[in-house]
Design a protein around this ligand. Structure first.
Ligand SMILES: [Zn+2]
Length: 208
């Protein structure tokens, strides 16, 4: 991974390793190198660090540098903080990476991407830029835009799943509500994966 825009905000507390089984791993990272455990008896790689080789039960485990490139085996977008330090950080993406140069051992990492591909952020930005305060969309799109906009845009769901508080607030301003539907669609504006019909009588929305 040679891209460098992290999902997590700067200033987050980092692990503070003490002397232990994984010390060479952390020492390596300080020099921007990846060191993993390798068995001197059977030459097998393993991770996380253990006292004994998983394959041959040898205790002769050492650390070796491995090429820090891998294949994303799986990923997950984390919405709920699993630690108090992460309370203000979500959502962020973690990846399970397979290392082909080390017997395909897998490691979990925070994903770093550039640019951050986030179509919902693009949609939210569009609505905020046009000062649209209310909208209707499918349940999931509504949920995400409400979240990403910090409720500066209130999006109710037009699907069977409802978000009651938001429905009421959109119902109270029907003339000001944009309509957001997923492509394929044909209404006024196309943003990322959606078509957007902006409210009638909004000059900043109608212009273009
Ligand atoms: Zn071994």
């Amino acid at each position: 991974m040679n891209t460098t825009t992290p999902y997590l905000n700067p200033g987050l507390a980092r692990p503070a390793p003490t002397e232990g089984l994984d010390q060479p791993f952390w020492d390596g990272l300080r020099e921007e190198k990846l060191h993993l455990q390798r068995c001197a008896a059977c030459a097998g790689w393993q991770w996380g660090p253990e006292l004994v080789c998983h394959r041959c039960h040898s205790f002769d485990l050492r650390y070796e540098e491995v090429e820090p490139t891998g294949i994303i085996y799986s990923h997950q977008r984390v919405w709920h903080p699993v630690h108090p330090a992460l309370a203000e950080q979500g959502p962020y993406i973690i990846v399970l990476v397979e290392l082909p140069h080390a017997d395909n051992v897998r490691m979990i990492r925070e994903a770093s991407v550039h640019p951050q591909p986030n179509p919902h952020a693009e949609l939210t930005e569009f609505l905020l830029t046009r000062q649209i305060r209310y909208a209707r969309a499918s349940y999931w799109d509504a949920y995400v835009v409400d979240f990403l906009s910090g409720e500066r845009v209130i999006v109710g769901s037009f699907g069977p799943a409802r978000i009651p508080d938001y429905e009421q607030r959109v119902d109270a301003h029907p003339e000001a509500a944009a309509f957001i539907e997923r492509m394929p669609c044909s209404s006024q504006f196309r943003v990322a994966q959606w078509c957007i019909q902006v409210p009638v009588g909004r000059p900043e929305g109608a212009a273009r």
